[in-house]
Design a protein around this ligand. Structure first.
Ligand SMILES: [Zn+2]
Length: 163
């Protein structure tokens, strides 16, 4: 049986990785794919991940150099900026804090309720955009989020979920 071993270069940091030359170099180094975190367009912080426009550009460059694209999408997480002005769309934990422990069990962050129809519809729209990216190989859904990371945080008690 012949197998192809794939190697993914995770392009975490925009400042270091966002250029055609960098993507070209990744291919020359023997990688078969690039991994990208898609962050919300309202996230102005530079650091990890890329807004949609930059994910599109990276996917074009990946296709040009015959690399596949793996996209990590956040759903419940990475929406802190949005939830500051739309707190009613948040996950509400048993303690009533409205926040969830992150996967490291140290930091509490505000997450999106995964059950509200408006939240689900926006995520489905996002996934429909992602599937049209050139060279797409994988989509990671709801990156690093789940209900139940910590004791007592086993459900959502927002107004929609309680009703
Ligand atoms: Zn809810």
């Amino acid at each position: 049986m012949k197998r192809t071993i794939r190697r993914t270069a995770m392009l975490h940091f925009e400042r270091a990785s966002f250029s055609r030359d960098y993507v070209k170099w990744v291919g020359e180094e023997g990688f078969t794919d690039i991994g990208l975190g898609l962050k919300p367009d309202d996230d102005k912080m530079t650091g990890q991940g890329y807004v949609w426009e930059k994910v599109c550009r990276l996917a074009e460059w990946a296709g040009e150099f015959e690399l596949g694209v793996i996209v990590f999408t956040g759903y419940m997480k990475y929406r802190e900026t949005f939830l500051r002005t739309h707190p009613e769309r948040s996950l509400v934990c048993v303690g009533g804090s409205g926040t969830a422990l992150d996967s490291d069990n140290i930091v509490r962050t505000r997450w999106l309720c995964p059950f509200q129809p408006e939240n689900k519809a926006e995520y489905v729209d996002l996934i429909h955009k992602v599937i049209r990216l050139p060279a797409l190989r994988e989509i990671h859904l709801n990156d690093e989020a789940e209900i139940g990371f910590s004791n007592g945080d086993v459900g959502c008690y927002c107004e929609h979920c309680v009703a």
